[in-house]
Structures are given as structure tokens and as C-alpha cells.
Design a protein around this ligand. Structure first.
Ligand code: 0O2
Length: 267
């Protein structure tokens, strides 16, 4: 196929990857700005390389005409989670979306691959709008824990060197490592509540401090500068106490002051 035709084929998939990355990143932001725990920790997106498409065509005896129908991971999204429990929540979240339709699911977490690979795969139908009009294509979403991702990334890099012929002793080490990953994920799950509590309070504190500093900055434009400097000093005194209650109280007092200035500027 000519390079121009590859480009025409791949462009909509690139668009799908870009859009889906933005959307899933927004899911993270929405959770965090509301002080909620995000079951998605990070998002990656990639367009399958032409070499990887060609290899798959060869391996699965797929003709040029069947690429779009038979290669479902040209657009690939990876959602990394902190805990195994988060994976179900993310799957549910995807099923509830109206902008992607789940076509099939592969549970390599409960059914680990012989290689030791673990991950949850979802193939979705996703529609992009191009200058030629709407186009519905397949995209693969891989959902896994950060520990599973660590294993898969390293194992995948070995496949470039050995193709399908990883030496037995390396293969065995990888399988052992994969079992160790199960133990790590389990150990993290055992203390999930504590970890989530810690992360949530940190996120809440960050949001609160951001609001306070925003308010102070806005006040700086309208209020007496000396007063605002005093407020800023006061904020720092409260901040170093590391007492969330005091910080919340300070934030609500500041809200009242800011509202006062808003009302003043309206009258
Ligand atoms: P890329 O683009 O380099 O990531 P098959 O390939 O025959 O096993 P199928 O139907 O293509 O099966 O889908 P499957 O098994 O869901 O695999 C699709 C993708 O999942 C792969 O893409 C990998 O990204 C990942 N994957 C699957 N098995 C393994 C594995 O044993 N180790 C690692 N590290 N990743 C795996 P590609 O084709 O490798 O291409």
C-alpha cells in the first residue's frame, strides 16, 4: 500500500486515540477537582505502528482489504489503575458511556495468558468525524494496574528482540515475575482503604489551597493591598498548622470577604 493510503487509513484512528485520551484524562480531572478518588490513575494512547500492523497481518493471514475489520487494536488506549478493584469500576464506567459501544471483552486478569500477561481488554466501536463525514472504527482499551503495566511493558520490549521465541529460562523468569505482580497487587489491595484515605485528604487539601489562593489573587485586584497581604500572611500561619479544620474555616471566612467585595462592586 502507498504511504499516502496508509496515512488515509490511519488518520481517523489517530483522531480516535487523541479524542479518547482527552476524554479519559477528563474523567481523572473530574474526580480530582471534586476531591474524589479516580479509579483511573493515568491514560496512554498509541496508534499501532505500520510494522506492527504488517506483522499482525502476516501472523493472522489478514489481507489488506480486511485490515479495518480484523485488526481491532489500531487505535489503542491504556488505562492504568492503582488497584485491581478499580478495573471493574473502569469497565463499568466505559459500559455506561454513550460515545463508545462495547463490542467485546477479554479478561486476561482472571484468565492470565500463557506468557504471564494480565490485563482487561475492551474493544469498542467509536465514531470520529472527519472531513469525509462520520466514521465508526474499532479501538482497543487495555485496563490494568500499574504493576501489571510494569510487567507488560518490559515483556513487550523483549518480544522485539525474540519475536515469539523468548528463551525458556527468560520465559520462566517472566512467569515468576507475573506471579509476584499478583502478590504485589494483592498486598496493595489489602491496604487500599488506607491509601485511598491518604490520597483523598491530600487531594482535598490541594483543592482547598488552590481555591484560597485564587480568592486571594482576585482580592488583590479589588481590595486594599495591605489588607490582602495580611490575609496572605494569615493564610500561611493557618497552613503551617497542618489542621484541615482551621484551613476550611479560613477558606469560608475568605469566601465571605470575597463575596462582600463582589457585592460592593455590583452596587
Ligand atoms: P502492539 O501494537 O505492539 O501493542 P493475539 O495478538 O493473537 O494474542 P489479539 O486478538 O490481537 O490476539 O488481541 P490481544 O490478545 O487482546 O492482544 C492485543 C494487544 O494486547 C497486543 O498488541 C499487546 O499490546 C497486548 N498483549 C497481548 N498479549 C500480550 C502479551 O503476552 N504480552 C504483552 N506484553 N502484551 C500483550 P500487539 O499485537 O502486541 O501490538
Amino acid at each position: 500500500m502507498e504511504i499516502q493510503l496508509w496515512r488515509e487509513l490511519l488518520d481517523p484512528y489517530q483522531l480516535a486515540v487523541d479524542e479518547m485520551v482527552v476524554k479519559f484524562n477528563h474523567v481523572i480531572t473530574e474526580h480530582r477537582t471534586r476531591g474524589l478518588y479516580s479509579p483511573i490513575e493515568s491514560v496512554e494512547g498509541r496508534l499501532k505502528s505500520i510494522v506492527s500492523i504488517l506483522d499482525k497481518m502476516k501472523r493472522k493471514e489478514i489481507s489488506m482489504n480486511d485490515i479495518e475489520e480484523k485488526i481491532e487494536d489500531i487505535a489503542g488506549i491504556r488505562l492504568n489503575c492503582q488497584f485491581v478493584e478499580d478495573i471493574d469500576r473502569v469497565v463499568q464506567m466505559i459500559k455506561e458511556r454513550t460515545d463508545m459501544v462495547v463490542k467485546c471483552e477479554k479478561d486476561y486478569i482472571n484468565h492470565m495468558k500463557a506468557s504471564g500477561y494480565r490485563s482487561y481488554h475492551i474493544i469498542v466501536d467509536y465514531t470520529v468525524n472527519t472531513i469525509k463525514g462520520p466514521k465508526t472504527l474499532s479501538a482497543e482499551i487495555q485496563i490494568r494496574t500499574m504493576a501489571m503495566n510494569f510487567w507488560a511493558t518490559i515483556e513487550h520490549s523483549l518480544q522485539y528482540k525474540y519475536k515469539e521465541h523468548i528463551p525458556d529460562y527468560v520465559q520462566q523468569k517472566l512467569i515468576d515475575a507475573s506471579r509476584a505482580i499478583i502478590d504485589i497487587d494483592q498486598a496493595m489491595s489489602d491496604v487500599r482503604d488506607e491509601i485511598m484515605d491518604a490520597q483523598n485528604s491530600h487531594q482535598k487539601k490541594e483543592n482547598l489551597v488552590k481555591d484560597i489562593l485564587n480568592n486571594i489573587q482576585n482580592l488583590y485586584k479589588v481590595a486594599n493591598k495591605r489588607e490582602v497581604t495580611k490575609i496572605q500572611d494569615e493564610f500561611y500561619k493557618v497552613y503551617v498548622t497542618d489542621d484541615m479544620m482551621q484551613l476550611q474555616h479560613f477558606a469560608s471566612q475568605l469566601d465571605i470577604i470575597s463575596e462582600g467585595y463582589q457585592t460592593q462592586s455590583l452596587t
